[in-house]
Design a binder for this molecule. Sequence first.
Ligand code: BGC
Length: 391
Amino acid sequence: MKNFCSAFLVASLALTACNNTQQNNSQQESKTDSTKSETMGALDVKKFQQIIDGKPTNLYVLKNKDLQVAITDYGARVVSILVPDKNGKQTDVSVGFDNVDDYTKGGDTYFGAVVGRYGNRIAKGKFKLEGQEYSLATNNAPNHLHGGNKGFSRVVWDAQQPDDSTLILTYISDDGEEGYPGELDAQVTYTLTSNNELKIDYEATTDKATVVNLTNHTYFNLNGEGNGSINNHLMMINADKFTPVDSTLIPTGKLESVASTPFDFRKPTAIGARINDTNSMQLKYGKGYDHNFILNKSASGLTKAAEVVGDQSGIVMDVYTTEPGIQFYGGNFMNGTHKLKSGKTDDHRTAFCLETQHYPDSPNHPNFPSTRLEPGKVYKTTTIYAFSVKK
Ligand code: BGC
């Protein structure tokens, strides 16, 4: 058994799993179950090794002295992020499954995924480019969401891990795939820095004019996956304005001030403090928070977008990005139907996403920053999720 495990020593996460199997006889099995939270993140690499659409899938681990991040090439998904909490206890702050099969069945949750070619919605799945109208899947009726039926989150990316802290994932999206024009060569590089940052660099080129908006759809619970509501997490979003939506979550095109609304997160505020504000049509449309915030930017380059603190763990996550917007999605559609790697379920609002992006439906709003990519140009964005602890 030991040798078999060593063949897959991609990660100490995997090692834990292998060693557990090795040590556990039937008499010890119940003990493993009752201590599951301590072994959270003990992923078995073998459960990620499958053939999907004729391509092998795998699990990769990035690690430094404090953090471990597990990523699968299926959908370029972040599977687990282990961070020490205020007491030094390793806490898995991202939501996911312990096997690739469940990701293929995971419905429309997009757990941990890179979404593309266009993150978030395009109204009625239609947009025009150079006088031609393009039609995309309306997979979130009546709109197009997160790149379509498969998008970039249900395909196998090619992976290369040059060292312990870097994973390079590439995917070539054919001309016409999901209805988008142009062959898009996409690259996503995950880097775990020595400063406990998970850095994501996105790059893409095209051979025809197209639209691109790549983001990452990791669901976070800074108290640990499945550890209750996120409503008491303190959140700051560095945005004076947001893009209000219609009842189908398509931006109206207005840029509205957050002042005196439940969307004002300029000072750290509990996520749930105003979530039941019945006067807010916007909260009604989103069934909670599901909105794009316009980041305050004084210069181009990386700027701070958000800061979130887990009320029980003391784990702090700072988000930096080169993008002009961030989608704060409060897990409103989570409904407890999926069993997570911790053994818990994905209950309503037990995780949040902070998806750095261009604004939803930009191809249909000339007043929004453009998402158009031309041949010969390189699409390049960077987002950092930085972890620390507040004692
Ligand atoms: C969207 C939500 C959607 C969710 C799917 C978010 O990015 O804004 O409306 O339900 O993704 O998991």
